[in-house]
Unconditional design. Structure first.
Length: 671
């Protein structure tokens, strides 16, 4: 009701303001600036028929989060694999389905890597991010691409489209422990009444040489992590245009390049440091949305991606003492969605995606082949979806058809793959005058074997079947104001059951390891989230004092259910039974204080849940202080953050120690 009153008063004021001007201004057209009205993002989390979590720009900044991986850790039900060090790879898995089942979407278009099948989210900075959303199943946008519908979970990154209060330029420099330095800029420029250009770029380097404690039985020594350096460059350009008929075109061009050391496993005082990796990614994409009529809408997406990486390892076991692997992959992607709203409470959509991928590499599949396979894959995804929003009931249903075919230059060609994947979700509001909802979801997804699964040297298996996953979720959500001294209170509880069959694993054969469909996994869990805001002192201005608290907790059992396996009923590797986080944001006129804590319970690095493979539980605390100084022609934001405040010594991946206590500071000038 407060939101409706605000919109009404705004329209009322605008009406009389325009009416008053007619007596003093000559008759002519006037272009008025747009007005955006937003509510708490927790409302969407409560009303969605599928589990949905979101972080906005203000929270990301004031919590002192370093990168996208740190932000994703705040979502319930996520596991982030971190191989240690600033240059270490970081991947995300939703509800332990694996990184291959999680799509990463950047401004409404998914990012792909057909070679490895997983996205390194550490390469994305938070400087230009407006919001981050994690959806189990898929988001509730009715004009999604078929790729979104085909994924077990979707991590969506949304860019900031314009500066605040007419700002055009933002300059930032950030420094941190271990030789970290990163200058960056962002620039917004309206070209005309309907067109905006944005540019941003950044450079980052760090030596990554941090101390850690090495435990060997009863002996403890202080060592330093080596070969964890990184240098990266990132640039991006965006063009947004809106026509008078509400058609919209968004064009993005992105480039990233990095060179880094790959920190090795620390075993018996040996800190291997011979591996190097160079990455380069370029893509350009366009999203076009136009109303065809009052009830029909077209949304088209196009994207071209080129990725290059070079891996080097220096060791006497190689001929000439050096191994160099070079790979290039291209993707040509197109998507078209037709949406139809025959009534206010029903919408239907048909999405068709077509992608062509190729990989050129100097790695052959086996020692018997002189030529690499040079695989080429064509994938067609068709998604038919329906959305119902009638009185207290909200329901979504979709059916995704997948067809994939491949050709190879050398070696055995895999069979074509076809699959139909249904999904349905329902949300029902129990109280007509309150936000208490019950929701349930079922979704079937599968992931194609990657090029590495099929063709990697001496391990690839072209006979692999797709990995098949079934997701079931049931939950209750509530949002309200139980007491007057709370601005709002939001709570969600979701229980889920996931079953994965034909799981693709590396399985030992007679002489070498081979990729095989061997596993069957059952995943049971509960996700709980809480969020509330407590006004401490209100002046009616921006100088109010308030306290924002959020929390998330996950209990998870992910077990091997392959009866032929010796590890039957054992917890999967790197999967804690319990994990969670809590954040506190204190807003005052003098300083903003952010506190964040991540916690993970005991885990094992092997399917055999025995003491020699155990990884201890850990808690990681972060505290940040920030303040905005306002001057006549610019604003200055200062932030200081202490990471891992208690200097906790822990590992996310066994033998890959994480950094201890560190500090960072940043200064941002906004013009």
């Amino acid at each position: 009701m407060r939101l409706l009153y605000g919109v009404f008063l705004l329209c009322f004021a605008c009406h009389f303001s325009l009416y008053a001007q007619t007596d003093t201004l000559p008759a002519r057209e006037h272009t008025l600036d747009g007005v955006t009205v937003e509510s708490h993002h927790t409302d969407r989390q409560v009303t969605a028929s599928k589990p949905l979590q979101q972080l906005n720009r203000e929270e990301l900044q004031q919590l002192g989060l370093q990168n996208l991986a740190d932000a994703v850790k705040k979502f319930a039900g996520t596991q982030v694999k971190d191989y240690g060090g600033i240059g270490g790879m970081k991947t995300v898995s939703v509800r332990n389905l694996g990184a291959h089942h999680t799509a990463v979407s950047y401004d409404d278009v998914t990012i792909s890597n057909t070679q490895a099948g997983q996205i390194d989210i550490s390469r994305f900075t938070l400087d230009q991010v407006e919001s981050i959303t994690l959806a189990v199943g898929n988001d509730d946008d009715w004009l999604q691409s078929a790729r979104h519908y085909a994924s077990g979970g979707v991590l969506s990154i949304k860019s900031q489209r314009q500066g605040r209060d007419g700002e055009h330029l933002e300059l930032k420099v950030r420094g941190a422990s271990f030789g970290y330095i990163s200058p960056s800029f962002r620039y917004w420029q309206p070209l005309d009444s309907g067109t905006t250009l944005t540019l941003n770029g950044s450079f980052m380097r760090a030596d990554g040489t941090y101390p850690y404690t090495l435990v060997n039985g009863m002996e403890k020594t202080r060592e330093k992590r080596h070969n964890s350096d990184i240098a990266s460059w990132q640039g991006e350009a965006n063009l947004y245009h809106t026509w008078s008929n509400r058609s919209q075109l968004d064009v993005k061009t992105y480039w990233y390049h990095s060179g880094r050391g790959l920190p090795g496993a620390v075993i018996l005082y040996k800190d291997a440091g011979n591996e190097r990796l160079w990455d380069e990614d370029f893509f350009t994409q366009a999203v076009y949305t136009t109303p065809l009529s009052q009830s029909l809408t077209l949304k088209a997406r196009m994207k071209y991606t080129h990725s290059w990486n070079q891996y080097e390892d220096t060791d006497v076991k190689y001929e000439n003492g050096l191994r160099r692997d070079v790979a290039r992959q291209n993707e040509y992607y197109g998507s078209a969605v037709i949406g139809w709203r025959p009534t206010d409470w029903l919408s239907l959509a048909l999405a068709e995606d077509l992608a062509y991928n190729d990989l050129r590499s100097n790695i052959s599949i086996s020692d018997n082949l002189t030529d690499p396979p040079y695989p080429k894959r064509t994938t067609s995804l068709t998604a038919l979806s329906a959305h119902l929003d009638w009185q207290r009931l909200r329901a979504d249903a979709s059916l995704v058809g997948t067809f994939a075919t491949e050709t190879v230059k050398a070696g055995k060609q895999p069979d074509d793959r076809r699959k139909l994947s249904p999904a349905v979700s329902v949300s029902y509001r129990l109280l007509s005058d309150g936000h208490l909802f019950l929701r349930a979801m079922y979704k079937n997804t599968f992931r194609l074997p990657t090029f590495n699964d099929l063709y990697y040297i001496r391990m690839g298996n072209t006979g692999l079947r797709p990995e098949n996953a079934h997701e079931v979720n049931a939950g209750v959500t509530w949002s309200g104001q139980p007491v007057r001294w709370l601005k709002y209170l939001t709570a969600t509880v979701d229980g889920y059951l996931n079953r994965v069959t034909d799981k693709i694993v590396a399985f030992p054969s007679t002489y070498v390891w081979k990729m095989a469909n061997f596993g069957r996994v059952v995943i049971k869990g509960v996700d709980i989230t809480l969020a509330t805001e407590l006004p401490l002192y209100q002046t009616g201005k921006s100088e109010d004092i308030s306290l924002l608290l959020t929390g998330a907790y996950t209990y998870l059992r992910a077990e091997d259910k392959e009866e032929r396996s010796s590890t039957y009923n054992h917890q999967l590797p790197y999967t804690p039974r319990q994990s969670g986080n809590m954040s506190v944001l204190l807003h005052t006129p003098w300083v903003h204080v952010g506190y964040n804590v991540f916690a993970q319970g005991k885990r094992w690095s092997n399917v055999q849940s025995t003491p020699q493979y155990a990884l201890n539980a850990y808690w990681e605390h972060t505290v940040s202080l920030s303040h905005e100084f306002k001057f006549k022609h610019f604003r200055l934001d200062i932030q200081a953050t202490a990471h891992n405040l208690t200097n906790e010594q822990y590992e996310i991946i066994k033998y890959y120690p994480m950094p201890g206590r560190s500090f960072s500071a940043s200064a941002t000038v906004k013009l």
